[in-house]
Design a protein around this ligand. Structure first.
Ligand SMILES: [Zn+2]
Length: 307
């Protein structure tokens, strides 16, 4: 049988895939109010002060082993936020934080230690995609000074407002001298796959990791689409939702801008229609590793069912 060019390309790709693995990094554990995760008709301050139902909140980042180098999707939380009283400068922030989250962090939850546990040296990280600037996603940037830190220009513009810390964007831990921030703008595309999105940013230039704007949690939040031949596509959505099952039911969480979140949900749903089997993977969802194992085939039975 004759070998076609397409066969050759496929054989080449399989021998040396663009994406070799996607791993969930466990960056610690916290609790949040039930209303924070599941949404509430009550005002935010009500459940912050009087809410009595706490639910577990995993803090996760993702490590993508790309052919050209290691890529992080977010960098976790700095345990100093709990262990060092001076981490949050503003008294109001120090007062509110334990009322919004119960943190159960240890020094081992710092990104450099977390990476070491996966046999990765922090110096090996080439790029970190920062989904948004909240402190539980940028907490590790000082440990990867060599890495390019990709953030949306829209998200970065929040830093020029008078009080970004009121939205848990802590300037003093973001604008640090060692950080190699790169603001990205989304480029319009005529690829029908991304119809409805204002544009895309192709991280490696090969289509394997595509950033798309999914605002709502913060106004510059973005998600990353991961595609590798032989896998189901995956969309890392960060905090667009805390739970993929809630997003499927159009339930918005208790924080963020409701109408903007719903508009982003609708766009993601369209993407899901165009990419059957798209796995939606939030950063604070306990099912993240299960979704990834299923998408990459490592948790699939030979007949395709989930084990
Ligand atoms: Zn978060």
């Amino acid at each position: 049988m004759e070998t076609t060019q397409a066969d050759k390309e496929r054989a080449y790709q399989n021998a040396d895939p663009l994406i070799r693995s996607v791993q969930v990094l466990d960056c610690g554990r916290a609790e949040q109010h039930w209303e924070h995760r599941n949404g509430s008709p009550l005002p935010k301050l009500w459940w912050v002060f009087f809410g009595r139902r706490w639910v577990d909140l995993p803090l996760q980042a993702f490590l993508i082993t790309h052919r050209d180098g290691l890529v992080l999707f977010d960098t976790g939380i700095d345990p100093a936020v709990q262990l060092d009283q001076g981490y949050i400068k503003q008294a109001i922030g120090r007062f509110l934080l334990p009322r919004i989250f119960r943190l159960h962090l240890t020094a081992e939850d710092r990104i450099d230690r977390v990476l070491h546990k996966s046999d990765v040296a922090p110096e090996e990280i080439k790029t970190a995609v920062i989904s948004h600037l909240h402190f539980d996603h940028v907490g590790g940037i000082r440990h990867i000074p060599q890495a390019d830190l990709l953030v949306s220009a829209e998200e970065w513009s929040i830093l020029s407002e008078p009080h970004p810390e009121q939205d848990w964007i802590l300037r003093e831990h973001i604008e640090i001298p060692s950080a190699k921030w790169q603001q990205i703008s989304f480029v319009p595309t005529d690829d029908p796959l991304f119809e409805g999105f204002e544009g895309i940013h192709d991280v490696a230039g090969d289509g394997s990791m595509i950033l798309i704007p999914t605002p709502g949690h913060t106004r510059g939040s973005m998600s990353m689409l991961i595609r590798q031949e032989g896998w189901d596509p995956m969309l890392l959505v960060a905090d667009l939702t805390y739970d993929a099952a809630l997003m499927a039911k159009n339930v918005v969480p208790g924080v963020g801008d409701g109408p903007t979140l719903l508009a982003s949900f609708a766009k993601v749903r369209k993407l899901q229609e165009r990419l059957p089997n798209l796995a939606i993977i939030p950063s604070h969802d306990f099912c993240a590793s299960k979704f990834i194992d299923h998408a990459t085939g490592s948790a699939r039975e030979p007949d395709g069912s989930v084990s």
